[in-house]
Design a protein around this ligand. Structure first.
Ligand code: GTP
Ligand code: MG
Length: 222
């Protein structure tokens, strides 16, 4: 996290990680189209060929939380193709939280697992402990045939530490929920590390409620 005391601006870095073609770029596109223009900035998609990210995408979201404080989220995607590992490691530098976008198709099980291990390794390479790093998992492409069942995902969610979300990113389904889940996890860790409540008067619960309402998610559904 970057803290600028003078301009009272906090910048949080969130990274969308996962195997090639799992829908990381599509998540950012969906957020960009669902969130109001006063919150979201321009989606920068850098260098793509045939739908494949070659470098990264970046979407900024800004929340004016009153008292002259601005919280900026920078959402990055990594390129999923195996050959782009150096770029993935670079993009992960300084990440405050990571959304792992898995492909729900059973045929993609192995590449999901490989990408997850690769994420843990690259976190460690950046001096980030994967055991305490805020991570959420999204199983995307729920609309396709040959996907893992809901029951299977529930079992996995119970076994693992990370919250699991289901999505159809091409329809925008589950995308905001994933972002909110990641934001909540990340914010709680940032609060512990930086005492934002004490230093900026930013009550975590009030802040997160504000983010939810700005994204049109009612309290009960969060
Ligand atoms: N059917 C279906 N297709 C999806 C879904 N989400 C993404 N796709 C498609 O999957 C393809 C890859 O999506 P991207 O978002 O570019 O994947 P990516 O993870 O950014 O891929 P890399 O940049 O190569 O790592 C595109 O053709 C998307 O339209 C989904 O929920 N359902
Ligand atoms: Mg991409």
């Amino acid at each position: 996290m970057q803290i600028d005391f003078k301009s009272r601006e906090l910048t949080v870095k969130l990274v969308y990680y996962g195997p090639a073609l799992s829908g990381k770029t599509t998540n950012l596109q969906a957020i960009h189209s669902l969130v109001s223009p006063e919150t979201t900035g321009r989606l920068m998609t850098l260098e793509t060929r045939d739908d494949r990210t070659l470098f990264f995408d970046l979407l900024p979201l800004t929340f004016d939380v009153g008292a002259g404080i601005q919280v900026r989220f920078k959402l990055f995607t990594v390129p999923g193709q195996v050959i782009h590992n150096a770029t993935r490691r670079l993009v992960l530098q300084g990440a405050d939280g990571t959304a792992f976008i898995a492909d729900s198709q059973i045929s993609e099980t192995r590449s999901n697992q490989q990408a997850f291990l690769n994420m843990q390794e690259n976190l460690r390479e950046n001096g980030i402990d994967p055991a305490t790093h805020p991570i959420v998992i999204q199983f995307n492409k729920r609309d396709l045939p040959g996907v893992r069942t809901d029951e299977e995902l529930e079992r996995m969610a119970k076994k693992g530490r990370e919250p699991v979300f289901k999505a159809i990113a091409t329809r925008g389904t589950g995308v905001i929920e994933t972002f909110l889940g990641l934001t909540e996890r990340t914010w709680h860790q940032l609060e512990e590390r930086h005492q934002l409540h004490e230093k900026f008067g930013l009550d975590p619960e009030v802040f997160l409620r504000g983010v939810r309402s700005r994204l049109g998610i009612p309290e009960a559904a969060a």
